[in-house]
Design a protein around this ligand. Sequence first.
Ligand code: MG
Length: 176
Amino acid sequence: MKPRTGIGFDAHPLAEGRPMVVGGVDVPFDRGPLGHSDGDVLIHAVIDALLGAAGLGDIGTHFPPGDESLRGAASTDLLRAAVRLLKGRGWQITYVDATVILERPVLKPFIGRIAQSIANCLDLDRGLVNVKATTTDGLGFTGRGEGVSALAAATVEAAECGTRPERAAAAPLRSS
Ligand code: MG
């Protein structure tokens, strides 16, 4: 089966006193993303890219923002759940690329750990996950330090064995 690609995007405001969690890694900073979960924009973008590639809807379908059980949830747990869903439907994740967009802090010293953290959640070799960081040179909400955003692209293929993806119906992970 031919590879399929999905894209993901997410943004959250930054607030004082919140931990700056990026890709499941705590980055020292005085502000962090505000969100119902831990607000990890990178993970949320990756989840949407994966679900998009597999034709399984979006993150809000599987993890509704009003779900009290998800308050303060670690987004790495949500990503692992999304990976289980894809695998259960017969999809194999083959590559993930992502970009975090924020003015500060400089993420370069943490990029390796962040990519490894994502790879661990995806059960993928580190070489199959690429993470980048960029600023917007002061432009927009990210440039003013008001928020952080992330973009992701994921590629999947039908696993050699397992459920034929085209026969598996898309259904939410969590029943309401
Ligand atoms: Mg989000």
